[in-house]
Write a protein that binds this ligand. Structure first.
Ligand SMILES: [Fe+2]
Ligand SMILES: [Fe+2]
Length: 132
């Protein structure tokens, strides 16, 4: 199973944001590992739950930064977070209901889900709030 390797191109330059992104990537990789190892629904569901919770924590932290710095694109960025949380919660409920299984497509979904947001919106955020 593919893994996401941390790459400097994902670096936003904001230490706090980057540290949390590494943790998110780590959780996605853990989920991928659990799937690959054929771990049961319980183990995979637990890691998926951790990913969902940590995602919420991370987005709340970024939104706090936006508020502190009066970031101009706050509402657009928050709307993306809301959509991302909805996507992953939808995924989780389908998983809980047994209507989907964790698979390569999930990994691809999560990878794109996170990486696209980091490369575009979080980069802009870090730059927008950087003190020069
Ligand atoms: Fe973000
Ligand atoms: Fe982020």
């Amino acid at each position: 199973m593919a893994m996401i390797n941390w790459d400097d191109k994902y670096k936003t330059g904001n230490n706090k944001i980057d540290t949390e992104h590494k943790k998110l990537i780590d959780l996605i990789n853990q989920l991928s590992d659990a799937m690959q190892a054929g771990k049961g629904k319980e183990v995979c569901g637990k890691v998926l739950g951790e990913l969902v919770n940590y995602t919420k924590t991370h987005f709340a932290m970024e939104e706090q930064l936006m508020a502190t710095h009066g970031y101009a694109k706050t509402s657009e960025h928050k709307a993306e977070h809301t959509k991302l949380v909805k996507d992953v919660l939808d995924f989780q409920s389908k998983f809980d209901a047994g209507s989907i299984t964790l698979s390569v497509s999930l990994f691809t979904f999560l990878k794109d889900w996170l990486i696209n947001h980091i490369l575009k919106s979080d980069m802009a955020l870090a730059e927008g709030i950087a003190t020069r």
